[in-house]
Design a protein around this ligand. Sequence first.
Ligand SMILES: Nc1ncnc2c1ncn2[C@@H]1O[C@H](COP(=O)(O)OP(=O)(O)O)[C@@H](O)[C@H]1O
Ligand SMILES: [Mg+2]
Length: 451
Amino acid sequence: MALKKITMISVLPGCFKSKKLSPEPKDRVTKKITSQRLSLSDLSNPGSPLSMSDLSSSLIGSNLHVFTLTELEVITKNFSSSNYLGEGGFGRVHKGFVDDKLRPGLGAQPVAVKVLDLDGTQGHREWLAEVIFLGQLRHPHLVKLIGYCCEDEHRLLVYEYMARGNLESQLFKKYYVPLPWLTRIKIAVGAAKGLSFLHEEEKPVIYRDFKASNILLDSDYTAKLSDFGLATDGPQGDDTHVTTRVMGTEGYAAPEYIMTGHLTTMSDVYGFGVVLLELLTGRRSVDKNRPSREQDLVKWGRPLLKDPQKLDQIMDPRLEGQYSTEGAKKAATLAYQCLSRHPKCRPTMSAVVKTLEPLVDLDDIPTGPIVYIAPTEGNKERDVQKNIKENEEKEMAKKDDGHHRQRNGHRRRRRKRSLRSRAVHSDTTLYRTLGTSLYSLKQKSQLDDGI
Ligand SMILES: Nc1ncnc2c1ncn2[C@@H]1O[C@H](COP(=O)(O)OP(=O)(O)O)[C@@H](O)[C@H]1O
Ligand SMILES: [Mg+2]
């Protein structure tokens, strides 16, 4: 196999501009690596910024655009609050617009720009993971990375814009109309295909932070995985797992991973099971506002999943009974298996896709107060779209309501705060569960060579 010598400068132009590297810096690393997909572990000497010099040529070939901070400030109107889209542990995300005046060949399109919070717990490591994975992996169910900015200590990522934001908001925020059954199945299938693609790569990728807020939805509810900050390479050769410090989100992380730090693709399958259970029940994985025995969704819901008689006790009341009973039973059984405490008893993601895909064909959906046309062979997609359109119209009608708009504004402000505090709380809780001391991800990045 052809071996290539590459350097950081050639792969990530614009990075470390301020470090004024001399033409032949003493500690410059040049390493032979294969032309295969580059993995995070291919970076030598994780403590040094120059370890980045070993990124593979596959990244160069991935057509990522390199932007300056000033350019990204301009396209997002200085990261104005009117362009705010959301945030997680990495930092805030803002909408912007690009076209070929910015870079030749760049189609005119809206984009989402994620900005590293320099006071936050994440840092270069998480940014690099996104560049490495999303820069090389392309799939209809992974969000497309368009480019990045790496200037001084600033780290930004530029993605395709996903018009309907994240699944968490669509599923749980009361100001959105309830997602219809077939839309939920479509989302589950899309997200499952994204995970399945990652797991079946020649060098498998473990996503590690599968949750509703990391599943983005485009205008027709096609689901795409975003946020590869915690993604990592799967076990190689004869290894059965990778051992890492436990990172992720409370309520979604697999029990064996929390207990042992052993990470496998089956940890992602567990996370998928949690999201599937959220889609069925309309309940959050952790909800401190519920009675204590119902706060942990898996603890409460899993025993009910295996009993078809109890299905109607757990199905989302906002569906108003308008779901395929057969489809719900199959999805419930699947969620039960994904949530097994024994990783080996969980199905693979490709088996999950095979089980879920036929559910869009099941037309035993009762009609209720909302007029619904059950899908038949050949017009399923159109019917899903019709359903979606009806919901959009309702959504628009709601938004036209002045009173609602005002309340919505208040909620949005509150949402920003609660999202952030939850992310911090989640990590903290996980570390506490493990009895590990608290340290920032930046520190971890320097310490951890197994991520
Ligand atoms: N490409 C995008 N299009 C639209 N909204 C996005 C996009 N990327 C992120 N967002 C919004 O920002 C939120 C945080 O993004 P995410 O990538 O999960 O950041 P973090 O790494 O900080 O968790 C998402 O839940 C979503 O609401
Ligand atoms: Mg996120």
